[in-house]
Design a binder for this molecule. Structure first.
Ligand code: FAD
Ligand code: EPU
Length: 338
C-alpha cells in the first residue's frame, strides 16, 4: 500500500477548503488497515478516517495520517419472505447502496436517498432525513478497535444512537474504525410519507399508492431543489443541529414570533428549526469574501471557492453568537471540526 506524504485534502472534503495531510493511505479491507496501523512510518501518528469528506471542516493541516476508507462489497446475510439483512462495506458510496436496495424492492433506506458520503460514516451521526434515521433499518456494524486490532460487533443499543449522535461521535471517538454496516430491510415496508414535503411531491406527481422507488425519487427531487450540490458549491449540508429546547423556551420565542418553525421532540422538549433561527437573525444569503450562508437554506454554510476552513469556522461562531443573543438559544455544530 502506498503512503503519500504532504497530501492535498482539498479534493477530499466537500467544503473544498485547502488542507494537507502529513501522510495519507487507502485501505480496501481489514488486513490492509491492520498493516497500515502497524506500519513503522505511521505508528504513533494521529489518525483521521475519511469517507467522502462530506461532514468535516478542515481548519488546519492534519499533522498525522488520513486513512481513506475504500472497503467495498455487499453481502446478503439473511433472506426470508418478509425481510433481508444486507451488509455493505464501509467504503461504499451511501447513495449507491440506497439505489441498490431500491432496485431490489427492499424498503427502509429510501427516505435517506442522495445523502452524500460513504456507508461507514452513516452510523457516526445516525444520518437522518425526511422522517427516517438509520437507527431504524440498522441491524449491526463491525468496527476495528484500534487499541488491540480486534474486530468488534455493535448492535443498535451499543451504538447509542441519538439525533445526529452516536457512541462513535462521543465516548468512542477516535477509538474504532467502522468496517461494515448491516441493515434489516423489508420486502413489504410501511412507507414513511408523513413528512410534509414528501406528501406534497407525491401529490404533485399524481401518485396515490407510492412504491419504494416513488418515495426515493420524491426525496431526490426535494433534496435537489433545496440543498446546494457540493460539486458546484462547497458545503457540508446542515452546519448546525436543530436545537432541542424545553417547551417553555419555544413558547417564549413563539409569543414574539408566531411563525416559529418547531416540532414536538417528546419529554416536554421541542425541536426548533435552526435554519429559521439563523434566517431571522439576518444571516440568510450573507456573503463575505468567498464564504457565506446559503441564500435558500440558512442552515448551510458555503464556500464559493477560495475560502478557508478558518473563515467558515469564524463565520459559524458569529452565527452562533447572534442566534444566542437574539433568541437565547445555543446552536451546536453538526459538522466535525478538524
Ligand atoms: P466524512 O465526512 O468522511 O466523515 C465524517 C466523520 O466520520 C469524521 O469524523 C470521520 O473521521 C468519521 N468517519 C468516517 N468514516 C468512518 C469510519 N469508517 N470509521 C470511523 N469513523 C469514520 N447528513 C444527514 O444526516 N442528513 C442529511 O440529509 C444530510 N444531507 C447532506 C447534504 C449535503 C449537500 C452534504 C454535503 C452533507 C449532508 N449530510 C447529511 C452530511 C453527510 O452527508 C453525512 O454526515 C455523511 O454520513 C458523511 O459521510 P462521509 O463518508 O462523507 O463522512
Ligand atoms: N427554514 C427557514 N429558513 C431557512 C431554512 C429552513 O425558515 O433558511 C425552516 C423551513 O421553512 C422549515 C424548517 O426550517 O419549516 C425545516 O427546514 P428543512 O425542511 O429544510 O429541514 P432542516 O431542519 O433545515 C433537516 C436536517 C437535514 C435533512 C432535512 C430533511 C438537521 C440539522 N438537518 O434540515 O439534514 O436533510 O431536515 O429531513 O437535522 C444534514 O444533516 O446535513 C442535513 C442536510
Amino acid at each position: 500500500m502506498e503512503i503519500f506524504r504532504d497530501f492535498n485534502l482539498k479534493p477530499f472534503n466537500t467544503f473544498h477548503v485547502p488542507a494537507r495531510a502529513a501522510r495519507m493511505a487507502r485501505f480496501k479491507n481489514v488486513e490492509e488497515l491492520r498493516a497500515l496501523l502497524n506500519d513503522p512510518e505511521l505508528k504513533g501518528l494521529p489518525r483521521l478516517v475519511l469517507g467522502g469528506g462530506s461532514n468535516v471542516l478542515f481548519t488546519q493541516d492534519w499533522p498525522g495520517v488520513v486513512l481513506l476508507n475504500e472497503i467495498g462489497g455487499m453481502e446478503l446475510l439473511l433472506e426470508t419472505d418478509e425481510a433481508v439483512i444486507v451488509r455493505a462495506g464501509a467504503g461504499m458510496v451511501w447513495h449507491n447502496f440506497v439505489s441498490y436496495c431500491v432496485d431490489q424492492g427492499w424498503g427502509g433506506v429510501e427516505n435517506l436517498s442522495l445523502i452524500p458520503g460513504r456507508v461507514g460514516a452513516a452510523p457516526m451521526q445516525n444520518i437522518g432525513a425526511y422522517g427516517v434515521e438509520i437507527k431504524e433499518p440498522f441491524h449491526h456494524l463491525e468496527a476495528l478497535r484500534i487499541s488491540d486490532g480486534e474486530v468488534v460487533r455493535f448492535d443498535t443499543q451499543a451504538c447509542r444512537f441519538g439525533y445526529r449522535e452516536s457512541f462513535f461521535k462521543r465516548e468512542g471517538k477516535g477509538q474504532y474504525i467502522i468496517l461494515s454496516v448491516a441493515f434489516q430491510l423489508k420486502k413489504h415496508p410501511q412507507l414513511h410519507t408523513h413528512y410534509g414535503s414528501i406528501k406534497a411531491e407525491l401529490d404533485k406527481r399524481g401518485i396515490t399508492a407510492p412504491t419504494i422507488r416513488d418515495v426515493s425519487e420524491a426525496v431526490i427531487a426535494i433534496r435537489r431543489s433545496k440543498l446546494p450540490n457540493p460539486e458546484v458549491l462547497g458545503n457540508a449540508g446542515s452546519f448546525f443541529k436543530n436545537p432541542v429546547v424545553p417547551a417553555e423556551v419555544a413558547e417564549r420565542i413563539k409569543a414574539e414570533h408566531p411563525d416559529l418553525s418547531s416540532y414536538p421532540a417528546g419529554d416536554g422538549q421541542v425541536k426548533l428549526a435552526a435554519g429559521w433561527l439563523i434566517e431571522k437573525a439576518g444571516w440568510k444569503g450573507f456573503r463575505e469574501g468567498n464564504i457565506g450562508v446559503h441564500k435558500d437554506q440558512a442552515l448551510v454554510l458555503v464556500n464559493y471557492g477560495g475560502g478557508t476552513g478558518n473563515e467558515v469556522y469564524a463565520l459559524s461562531t458569529r452565527v452562533l453568537e447572534s442566534v444566542k443573543e437574539k433568541f437565547g438559544v445555543e446552536l451546536e455544530r453538526e459538522v466535525n471540526i478538524v
